[in-house]
Design a protein around this ligand. Structure first.
Ligand SMILES: [Zn+2]
Length: 82
């Protein structure tokens, strides 16, 4: 079971009876997109922080990964609210 499916399952269990399942599922999708965007931004920040050329903390990578950071941030901005 994916994290998205599991989230939907638990939210349905906790859902009130006056909210339609469709509305509940839409809320789950919005929440999932927000979490996904947040995780992508955190991963991007971590890649930059540990970059040997641009980082500010201990280096974890042999080479700069910052091109991938732009893709992660772009994907995050398409997928969810800040
Ligand atoms: Zn870099």
């Amino acid at each position: 079971m994916s994290a998205r499916d599991e989230l939907r399952r638990y939210v349905r269990l906790l859902a009130d009876w006056w909210t339609s399942p469709k509305t509940t599922d839409e809320r789950v999708e919005r929440l999932y997109a927000s979490v996904r965007a947040e995780v992508l931004r955190e991963a991007a920040d971590e890649l930059v922080a540990h970059c040997p050329d641009h980082g500010s903390v201990d280096t974890r990578f042999i080479a700069c990964q910052c091109l991938a950071v732009d893709d992660l941030r772009r994907t995050a901005s398409k997928g969810g609210a800040a």
